[in-house]
Design a protein around this ligand. Structure first.
Ligand code: PNS
Length: 168
């Protein structure tokens, strides 16, 4: 147990693939960090999804772009999310909603997580409308064809995407 957990702080987890982190994710991180004592950005080690960036690369990029946020921690997990949250003594799970199309899947996940563990609550935050069209997949697609992505991801992520594509 960390010192924060021992002191009974409100700890939230923002889980995702973050392959890679975008300005849409970063907007949610900044806003969620203001609502909780500690925000754990939890990167799923999703072996089945064949991510472009390794877990370590995704975590490093997230750590770089959140280094100015003292109550944000970046971690990885490979477990059921509710088990990871229990281990971290977190009861709130944060997810961003971009559009109605996200809702069905998010409702299913939130309901299932609540069924699996009644004391887990999902807090939904509406993504800033400026980023409602944004996803990691679309950023990867644009970067693959050398399109402009500087409005979509932080400079560190843009650089990492350029290097990934150059080394392919
Ligand atoms: O960024 P993503 O890919 O939309 O994030 C999905 C994520 C990581 C939140 C979800 O796949 C997840 O929680 N995976 C961990 C395994 C798990 O607990 N699955 C049951 C969810 S009901």
């Amino acid at each position: 147990m960390t010192k924060a957990e021992e002191r009974g702080m409100k700890i939230a987890v923002y889980p995702g693939s973050f392959d890679p982190v975008t300005y849409g994710h970063l907007d949610i991180i900044h806003r969620a960090a203001k609502q909780f004592d500690r925000l754990i950005v939890a990167v799923l080690n999703n072996t089945s999804k064949n991510p472009l960036f390794s877990l370590e690369e995704r975590k490093r990029l997230l750590a770089d772009v959140t280094k100015d946020l003292p109550n944000v921690e970046v971690d990885g997990f490979r477990d059921l999310l509710i088990n990871y949250m229990k281990q971290r003594k977190a009861h709130v799970l944060v997810r961003g909603l971009r559009a109605v199309s996200d809702f069905e899947h998010e409702l299913q996940m939130a309901s299932m997580n609540h069924k699996l563990s009644e004391d887990i609550e999902t807090f939904f935050m509406m993504t800033n409308p400026a980023y409602s069209f944004l996803s990691s997949s679309i950023v990867k697609e644009i970067a693959k064809f050398h399109g402009p992505i500087s409005d979509l991801v932080p400079p560190e992520v843009e650089q990492a995407l350029r290097e990934k594509n150059a080394n392919k």
